[in-house]
Ligand binder design. Structure first.
Ligand SMILES: [Zn+2]
Length: 266
C-alpha cells in the first residue's frame, strides 16, 4: 500500500458515480458486436466484493513505481520472465482482462482446457511481464470467477487506464482457421490502433500466424472511455492452435509477444 491509497479510493468512488451516470446515457455500451464467446451478462453468482483485484494476492506485493523491489512472485512463474526489466512501461496503468471465468467457460474446441483457463494463464503471465517493465497492472480477475462484462469495462475507467488488454481464444466451425486476431472498437482511440498494430507486428515477428487487426464493439472495448485492445490468441477449434495453447510454454510466449507489442505501441 502506498500513501495515496486512501486518496485514490476516494477518487475511485467519485469515478464510480461518474461512470455509472455516463454509462446510462452512452449508447456505445449497447452496441455489442455479435460474437458467441462474449456472452451477455449472466448472474449466477454475485461478483466478488473486492474492487479491482490486483495481480498479487498479498497486499505489499503491488509495488509503487519507484525503484521496484523484487518482482512479486505469486502471479506467474518466474522462469520465462525477462531477466532484465526494461522499464519501458514505467508509470503506465494497464488493465489485464482474462476473458470469461467461473460459470462462463468460453469456447472449448479441441483443447484440453476451456478458454477461461487458457486466458487466465496468459493474462497472469502478461501481467507479470508488464509489471517487470514498470507498468501498474490491475487484473479483472486472478482466479476462476465470473465477472460481468460491464464490471470489466468499468475497471478501465476506474483506474484511468492507459490501456485495457482483454485476452481471449477463438473458435470457428472450420477447423482449418487458425491464428491470432487483434480487435479494437470501431471508434478506437489512436493509441488503441497503435498498440493493436504493434501487437500484430509482435506476433508476426515471433512467427505466429495472424489474421490482422479487426474492428468490433465488444463491451470490454466499447463500454468504457480508455484505450483498449482484445487479443484472440488463436483458435481452439484448430488442432495446431489448440495444441499450442494447451502448452504453458507457448502461453508464456504469447504473453511475452503481447507485452512486447504493448511496450512498442503504447
Ligand atoms: Zn472469448
Amino acid at each position: 500500500m502506498n500513501g495515496g491509497f486512501m486518496f485514490r479510493r476516494g477518487i475511485v468512488i467519485a469515478l464510480l458515480v461518474a461512470v455509472s451516470t455516463w454509462s446510462v446515457g452512452c449508447g456505445s455500451t449497447q452496441r455489442i458486436a455479435p460474437q458467441k464467446h462474449v456472452p451477455v451478462a449472466k448472474r449466477p453468482t454475485p461478483p466478488p466484493a473486492t474492487s479491482t483485484p490486483k495481480v498479487a494476492s498479498t497486499p505489499p506485493a503491488k509495488a509503487p513505481v519507484t525503484s521496484a523491489p523484487a518482482k512479486p512472485a505469486p502471479s506467474a512463474p518466474t522462469s520465462t520472465a525477462p531477466t532484465t526489466p526494461r522499464g519501458d512501461l514505467v508509470g503506465a496503468r494497464i488493465v489485464v482482462d482474462a476473458g470469461h471465468g467461473g460459470t462462463d467457460p468460453g469456447t472449448k474446441g479441441l483443447s484440453s482446457a476451456p478458454e477461461k483457463t487458457i486466458t487466465l494463464s496468459i493474462a497472469k503471465e502478461l501481467a507479470a511481464e508488464l509489471e517487470d517493465r514498470g507498468a501498474r497492472v490491475t487484473m479483472t480477475r486472478t482466479r476462476d470467477v465470473f465477472i460481468e462484462l460491464e464490471r470489466r469495462a468499468a475497471t478501465a475507467d476506474k483506474t484511468s487506464a492507459d490501456l485495457l488488454v482483454s485476452v481471449h481464444a477463438d473458435s470457428h466451425a472450420d477447423r482449418s482457421i487458425a491464428g491470432a486476431t487483434i480487435y479494437i472498437a470501431r471508434g478506437a482511440t489512436a493509441r488503441s490502433k497503435r498498440v493493436a498494430d504493434a501487437v500484430l507486428r509482435s506476433f508476426k515477428a515471433a512467427g505466429i500466424a495472424t489474421r490482422g487487426v479487426r474492428n468490433a464493439d465488444f463491451r470490454v472495448l466499447a463500454g468504457h472511455r480508455r484505450p483498449s485492445i482484445l487479443v484472440e490468441c488463436g483458435y481452439l477449434t484448430n488442432p495446431t492452435d489448440a495444441k499450442n495453447l494447451g502448452s504453458e510454454a507457448y502461453r508464456d510466449k504469447i504473453a511475452t509477444v503481447i507485452a512486447s507489442g504493448i511496450a512498442d505501441g503504447i
